[in-house]
Ligand binder design. Structure first.
Ligand SMILES: CC(=O)SCCNC(=O)CCNC(=O)[C@H](O)C(C)(C)COP(=O)(O)OP(=O)(O)OC[C@H]1O[C@@H](n2cnc3c(N)ncnc32)[C@H](O)[C@@H]1OP(=O)(O)O
Length: 154
């Protein structure tokens, strides 16, 4: 497996991988209607748009997409986006390896904090990686996400 910068040619297969993960994994924590909206937000067109305003990576083995993730600048902070691991390859440290690349990306390196709008599904994963709940309070915003963060200087 290698982790490479996203290119537009991967947008269709990446969109499919994300959709498969959403409807098999995230669906356990969220209503179906919300997951339909989430999957639509990762259409191939939207993925290209996201990649144009972030540094986006994919994990790939031969031609199979195993995961993805992105980071974008927001004022003094780095915001993590679109972390998804292929539903058939969970718990193999792929998410951790993608987050390693994200944390070493120039955007993260040049930011005060790395902020993660974390899904209910992924919050324990980010805890494992050392992320703390904003204000040390586990608050679910809009029944949807937790804000988690890691300071570069801790
Ligand atoms: C900003 C955002 O993008 S939020 C959206 C996040 N993405 C999703 O919700 C999509 C659905 N989920 C996924 O794609 C995956 O489950 C991810 C990305 C959360 C985790 O990816 P994986 O590759 O399976 O995790 P990985 O194998 O790297 O696990 C790293 C560590 O986290 C732990 N971990 C991973 N998932 C979980 C979990 N659901 N609960 C508890 N611990 C977990 C692992 O046990 C491992 O711990 P270790 O230090 O003991 O080895």
């Amino acid at each position: 497996m290698k982790i490479i910068k996203f290119e537009d040619k991967y947008s269709n297969s990446l969109s499919q991988m994300i959709s498969d993960t959403i409807f098999e994994i995230n669906i356990k924590d969220y209503p179906l209607e919300d997951m339909k909206c989430l999957a639509e937000s990762y259409s191939s067109e939207n993925i290209v748009n996201i990649s144009n305003s972030s540094n986006m990576y994919i994990a790939i083995n031969n031609s199979e997409i195993l995961g993805c993730g992105a980071v974008k600048k927001d004022k003094d902070n780095a915001v993590v986006l679109a972390i998804f691991v292929n539903k058939n390859h969970l718990n193999k440290n792929i998410g951790r390896k993608i987050m390693d690349i994200i944390e070493n990306d120039e955007i993260s390196k040049n930011s005060n904090k790395i902020i993660v709008p974390a899904s209910i599904t992924a919050a324990p994963f980010y805890e494992r990686l050392g992320y703390k709940y904003k204000g040390n309070k586990k608050v679910l915003y809009n029944d949807d996400i937790y804000y988690m963060e890691k300071s570069q200087y801790l």
